[in-house]
Write a protein that binds this ligand. Structure first.
Ligand SMILES: O=CC(=O)O
Length: 340
């Protein structure tokens, strides 16, 4: 039981949109402190001052504007009292996990609430690229629907003739698989760090990285961004893909070396590009999104009230579970062996 003197302090960085009730519940067992530091320098000063006895930190994707990345430098300012950092999002590329692991600090991310909404977005992009729906919309919007059938939009293809390759078969990759299955694609294949157990694989075929590149008509990227995966989809890798491949990215923009895309799309090497994420958000080169065979979204993967509420509540659960058991609910994979 917590008393006023031993109640853990939770530093909340970034705003709450919908999970006020869940945060209020957490306040019954912890002191929740809103982070008011406006800059990274101020944050470092506050960590040595008014936040010097906090135990848990929560952060949002947008709060990077306030504190900068959670890197080695920032970790070196974290008070020894801190036991967990809970990130609101599936992708935690704003956090360098190693310096936190070295200090015995648990890092958690959001898993399940992100999977369905992100996969819905991937399905939208796959279908739009396959059927040229964006081109149809653009023709209609500029008043170009004349006598020509469907306004002259290019003919699309149906799923039955296409192989889908999913790169990365974590929770989001599996949700993409499950949503694409009913469309009747010719085959769904995947590549992952390791092959999944049959019950998780759910009937789709595990292939090598190179086989995924060479066999897929549509490639969905669902891998995390880190030092190994940054620009891993580059000119050389794309040259191994089928001519006219459809590339769909709902993971992180910087997995692809974005500057090479316009040329490869114009040449037809990439038949269509569907993306919810870009390398330097919110800046996207008009040269890219103005191409007719590009479907682009401003990072809307989890942009629903339900998803945002569920994600915010998941973050609170991570803190709550850590207070109650000493362990966060969803520790990041790099820390599976962390002794706590
Ligand atoms: O981009 C969204 C997330 O990382 O959850």
């Amino acid at each position: 039981m917590t008393t006023a003197s031993n109640r853990p302090k939770v530093l909340r960085i970034g705003s709450v949109e919908f999970a006020q009730e869940k945060w209020a519940k957490l306040s019954e067992i912890a002191d929740v402190i809103e982070c008011t530091s406006r800059t990274r320098e101020e944050f470092f000063q506050d960590l040595a001052g008014k936040y010097n006895d906090i135990r848990h930190i929560t952060r949002t994707f947008a709060s990077v504007e306030q504190t900068g990345r959670f890197d080695e430098e920032l970790a070196s300012h974290i008070p020894a009292s801190v036991v967990s950092v809970s990130h609101n999002g599936a992708g935690y590329d704003q956090i360098d996990v190693d310096p936190f692991t070295a200090r015995g600090i648990q890092v958690s991310n959001v898993t399940e609430p992100v999977e369905g909404p992100t996969a819905d977005t991937a399905v939208f992009l796959v279908l739009s690229c396959l059927r040229n729906y964006q081109e149809g919309h653009d023709i209609l919007a500029r008043g170009g629907w004349d006598e020509k059938k469907c306004g002259g939009a290019k003919l699309g293809r149906s799923p039955e003739s296409k192989v889908v390759g999913i790169l990365g078969m974590g929770g989001i990759g599996r949700a993409i698989r499950d949503r694409l299955k009913p469309f009747g694609f010719k085959k769904i294949i995947y590549h992952n760090r390791s092959q999944l157990k049959p019950e998780l694989e759910a009937g789709v075929e595990y292939v090598s990285y190179d086989d995924l590149l060479s066999q897929s008509d549509i490639i969905c990227l669902s891998i995390p961004l880190n030092a190994k995966t940054r620009h891993s989809i580059n000119k050389e890798v794309i040259s191994k893909m089928k001519d006219g491949v459809i590339l769909v990215n709902t993971a992180r923009g910087a997995i692809i070396d974005e500057k090479i895309l316009p040329e490869l799309i114009k040449s037809g090497k990439i038949g269509s590009f569907g993306s919810d994420v870009f390398e330097n958000e919110p800046h996207v080169s008009p040269e890219l999104y103005e191409l007719p065979n590009v479907v682009s979204l401003p990072h809307m993967g989890t942009h629903t009230t339900d998803a945002i509420r569920n994600m915010e509540e998941w973050v609170v659960s991570n803190v709550e579970t850590c207070i109650q058991t000493g362990k966060v609910k969803t520790i990041v994979p790099e820390q599976y062996n962390l002794k706590v």
